[in-house]
Write a protein that binds this ligand. Structure first.
Ligand SMILES: C[S@@+](CC[C@H](N)C(=O)[O-])C[C@H]1O[C@@H](n2cnc3c(N)ncnc32)[C@H](O)[C@@H]1O
Length: 201
């Protein structure tokens, strides 16, 4: 092999290593920093609309969706009621989809989407919080939800919050999937149920 051929081969090898490193880095950017606590399943649009009606959202509200997925809840809230809204998701793929939807709905001036772990959030700015997580995750959020201003509203698709009495539970059959969905509604301050231990005393 000539000296020139060796130099060309060496250069090609270095380029290949760089290309592989860049591809790995780009692929890594798409991954959540840790495993999400629940997989992505979107709330049907008509269930979103009903959740926002039950929460009596107005233009003066600030709606937070914890685990916002493709951002549909915050987009619909801003589009329909003209309120500010923030969506948070731990998965960068969902954050990218949600930001696309913010543009599609034309609500860039009202909605922000952040890549964040919901268990690190300060919720004091929110007046309405929407959830579609899991019962255990709703319970884990109680210390943060207790810091909401009095009169704030919380709506959860399908899952309750053990230990906290809802103001309302509604069964709603979606025209999108023909399935019955439950919508749980709480207002703050939260009405904590007495634990068995306390009620025995
Ligand atoms: C069932 S989906 C609900 C999506 C959306 N809220 C809706 O109702 O259409 C739950 C979302 O929570 C996100 N998630 C899971 N654990 C999270 C965490 N610790 N912090 C932020 N987002 C999380 C998932 O990536 C997923 O997009």
């Amino acid at each position: 092999m000539t000296r020139l051929a060796r130099v060309v081969l060496l250069f090609a090898g270095i380029c290949l290593v760089f290309a592989i490193c860049a591809a790995v880095a780009v692929a890594g950017e798409d991954k959540p920093k840790r495993t999400p606590d629940v997989v992505y399943v979107p709330t049907p649009h008509d269930v979103v609309e009903r959740m926002l009606e039950i929460a009596k959202v107005t233009k003066d509200d600030v709606v937070y969706d914890l685990g916002c997925g493709d951002g549909r809840i915050v987009c619909i809230a801003a589009k329909k009621y003209g309120c500010k809204a923030k969506g948070f998701d731990i998965d960068p793929r969902r954050v990218a989809e949600a930001r696309e939807n913010v543009k599609k709905y034309g609500v860039e001036d009202l909605v922000t989407i952040e890549e964040k772990d919901i268990f690190t959030l300060d919720l004091s700015e929110a007046t309405v919080v929407t959830l579609y997580l899991l019962p255990s995750l709703n319970v884990k959020l109680i210390p943060q939800l207790e810091k909401l201003k009095p009169g704030s509203r919380i709506v959860s698709h399908d899952f309750d919050m053990r230990g906290v009495t809802p103001d309302k539970v509604e069964k709603y059959t979606s025209k999108e999937d023909n399935i019955s969905h439950y919508i749980y509604f709480w207002t703050t301050p939260l009405k904590k149920e007495k634990s068995e231990k306390n009620s025995e005393q």
